[in-house]
Design a protein around this ligand. Structure first.
Ligand code: SF4
Length: 213
């Protein structure tokens, strides 16, 4: 099947399969909290971030307060997220840059977001799509990265920037946020990295990686 048609079919089928797919699995109350939680989520689970952030946000609820925090204090609060020294430095510096360069508000463009510390293109796409319902790209997290290749929509194994470009070429912009949401859930529930559940998969008739025996 031609790749654009394949992408359309996959989005349509998975939207029906996962009508309850959330935009994010992170706990947050405003764009600043989402940004900080997403920085902390690098190379760890959302569950471990969600364990740490309630106390972190209670103690440092604004960019101004977080910018003046002591690194040892933040480190203690984000221990469960791994790489805590580096992440603590990132979030203090990001808070400072938001205060100094963006008037205390999380910026709403990808170019501005990636000037913050520890903010990758993926993190910026998460904040744009989830906090502001905007899209300048496709969120390619670990699930989207794996499943997109299995579905034959990209050949770039473990290369998130190239996978994102392929998806932006194949899928209409109005569906970029939906794609990340439903394919992310498909990766969590069905197309798991260990033993994907191909026989019960809603797209197994079009997936080139389906193992149905
Ligand atoms: S058929 Fe199997 S490999 Fe393909 S998307 Fe479904 S679960 Fe993943």
């Amino acid at each position: 099947m031609e790749k654009r048609k394949l992408a359309k079919k996959i989005v349509s089928s998975l939207k029906k399969a996962y009508p309850d797919a959330p935009q994010s699995y992170l706990k947050f109350g405003n764009p600043f909290e989402l940004l900080i939680a997403t920085i902390l989520s690098a190379r760890t689970t959302d569950a471990s971030v969600n364990k740490s952030t309630p106390a972190l946000f209670a103690r440092y609820p604004t960019p101004e307060k977080m910018a003046s925090a002591k690194i040892e204090e933040i480190t203690k609060l984000v221990l469960a997220t791994g790489s805590y020294n580096r992440k603590a430095g990132y979030i203090i510096e990001t808070a400072r840059l938001i205060v100094e360069n963006f008037g205390g508000e999380v910026p709403k463009t990808l170019d501005e977001l990636v000037t913050l510390k520890g903010v990758s293109r993926k993190t910026a796409n998460v904040v744009l799509s989830v906090a502001f319902n905007l899209s300048e790209g496709v969120v390619v997290d670990t699930h989207v990265m794996r499943v997109t290749v299995k579905l034959g929509l990209s050949e770039h194994v473990k290369k998130p920037k190239k996978i994102e470009k392929d998806l932006m070429d194949l899928i209409p912009k109005t569906l970029w946020n939906d794609y990340a949401k439903i394919v992310g859930m498909h990766g969590r529930r069905t197309c798991k990295s260990f033993r994907p559940k191909c026989p019960e998969c809603r797209v197994n008739t079009v997936c080139p990686s389906a193992e149905l025996l």
